[in-house]
Design a protein around this ligand. Structure first.
Ligand code: LFR
Length: 490
């Protein structure tokens, strides 16, 4: 059988990559051709994504892809919730703002004045988080109404990049489901939410399913870069959902834990669960591929380590992630835990100091150096995973025996082992490049060379090795978990 090449662009909150996927009918092989930093820029009191640089990096990836022969298509996935606004001429009105920007402070309560919180959750089935698109739009309305008034179109980041490449303005369903503006059941923009919050209805574009070919590379880009036309395919624009495609399981009921800047822990369902309990636990229903729903908790994730590392660099101490991991391994267990999702940890800043303060305020041992801080983060994340897992189980009424960990974070063996130990479940770790794998698999399904999601998962399972971590020291961790749950996580 002839082999086929597609190009995946995967943008995470701290880095991006361009990877060629080669499929020979049996296995998908990945070839990373371009890796780049994604560094937000603070300017005049606002935190922005450097969207032009990111688009430039797509171009660099496209140029580098030329030496690998014919590339059939390109697919883009990114983090959720953020967007760009276009004017009536299709020009970008402002530079897209980062979800960690402080402009959304207080917007949630403002929204609840206009829509009852219960009703809001009933409709969207989404976890309330200040970062959500809906609260960003409310902030824009308050602080920069002139921009919102001029806007003809809102495009979420993957859709915006697809538009830059193809000229087509559409919204892909999985990324739309991170906005908290969708009706979770009919999978359309919720006019009830939009009208009650007085947001401009016209900016929301047609919603397309993941896997749809939305166009081809624009002629001017082909000319500029010396490229042949290729298809632009809307994969699961939401990175988390592209990653879901790559969970190497054939089971219908499984727990996934996608580990990157964020940790997303949940399960896949045929339809959303929206009830009192899921609202109380603030569990989100996000749209997945094949009409599936991801029922999951957003957990702050490796952001805590990434941002701590940046702080230490600011202090003149530059450690690689590998070095930090080794230091935390050597130091052994530390008797201190944080609620990783405490609000104070969300914005950029001096995370190590915040962790120390947190431990002090809660009357715990205060971690004294880098090694102990990283250890506290890893242990606390694993505690949070267990907490979220139990909430998911309470809502689905199922008991899960293992956890499929995927994404870059699984390069930390310590985090994988602690997750197994503290959750008391077997951890199956892999693939590291789950998001890219899923992105590529969806392009291959769209091109008709892979039949469906189930076959895609099988092919990915055949293409990648997984590492299994058996739980250890369960009784000890059980004891500690009970205490942490009562005192820290409630
Ligand atoms: C992970 C992710 C999460 C989303 C967060 C913010 O990269 O996409 O799913 O909640 O980023 O957008």
């Amino acid at each position: 059988e002839k082999s086929i090449n597609v190009l995946a662009l995967d943008f995470g909150a701290s880095s991006g990559r361009a990877i060629i996927g080669n499929f020979d009918g049996k296995k998908i092989r990945l070839k990373e051709i371009h890796r780049f930093a994604n560094e937000p820029v603070n300017l005049l009191g606002t935190m922005y994504w450097d969207i032009l640089r990111l688009f430039h990096d797509i171009k660099v990836g496209l140029v580098k892809s030329k030496q690998y022969g014919d590339i059939k298509s390109i697919g883009i996935d990114t983090w959720g919730v953020d967007f760009g606004l276009l004017d009536e001429n299709g020009k970008l009105l402002d530079n897209p703002v980062h979800y960690r920007d402080a402009r959304t402070k207080g917007m949630m309560d403002k929204a609840f004045d206009k829509i009852d919180k219960e009703v809001f959750y009933q409709i969207t089935g989404n976890q309330f988080m200040e970062i959500n698109t809906v609260f960003q739009l409310m902030a824009l309305k308050q602080y920069r109404p002139e921009i919102l008034n001029r806007a003809e179109t809102m495009l979420l980041i993957p859709d915006l990049l697809n538009y830059f490449l193809s000229g087509k303005k559409v919204t892909e369903y999985t990324i739309a489901s991170t906005t908290q503006l969708l009706d979770a059941v009919d999978k359309k923009w919720s006019s009830e939410i939009i009208e009650n919050l007085n947001l401009p209805k016209k900016i929301f574009t047609e919603i397309v399913k993941p896997g749809v070919k939305i166009g081809t590379l624009k002629q001017d880009i082909c000319d500029e870069l010396g490229l042949n036309k290729m298809d632009v395919i809307a994969v699961a624009g939401h990175d988390t959902q592209s990653a879901m495609v790559a969970v190497p399981t054939q089971e219908d009921d499984f727990i996934f834990l996608s580990c990157g800047t964020w940790s997303l822990l949940g399960t896949e369902l045929d339809k959303p669960i929206i009830n009192e309990k899921s609202q109380q636990f603030n569990i989100t229903n996000e749209g997945g591929v094949n009409n599936k729903t991801s029922f999951l908790k957003n957990i702050i994730g490796l952001w805590l380590i990434q941002e701590s590392r940046r702080q230490w660099i600011r202090e003149g101490k530059e450690y690689s992630f590998g070095e930090l991991e080794q230091m935390a391994l050597n130091v052994g267990d530390v008797n201190a835990f944080i609620d990783t999702d405490d609000e104070e940890f969300i914005p950029a800043g001096n995370i190590p100091q915040k962790i120390k303060n947190y431990c002090e305020h809660t009357g715990q041992y205060v971690p004294k150096d880098e090694a102990e801080i990283v250890r506290v983060i890893d242990q606390s994340l694993a505690m949070k995973y267990r907490f979220a897992l139990e909430q998911i189980e309470q809502c689905t009424g199922k008991k899960y025996t293992s956890i499929n960990m995927i994404g870059g974070g699984i390069q930390s063996k310590l985090l994988c082992q602690l997750t197994a130990d503290i959750c008391g479940r077997k951890v199956i770790a892999g693939p590291v490049e789950a998001t890219v794998m899923g992105n590529i698999a969806l392009q291959l399904v769209s091109l008709g060379v892979i039949t469906d999601l189930k076959q895609a998962r099988q092919i990915i399972a055949n293409s990648e090795n997984v590492t299994v971590y058996e739980p250890r020291n369960c009784e000890k961790w059980e004891r500690i978990y009970k205490k942490v749950k009562e005192q820290i996580l409630c």
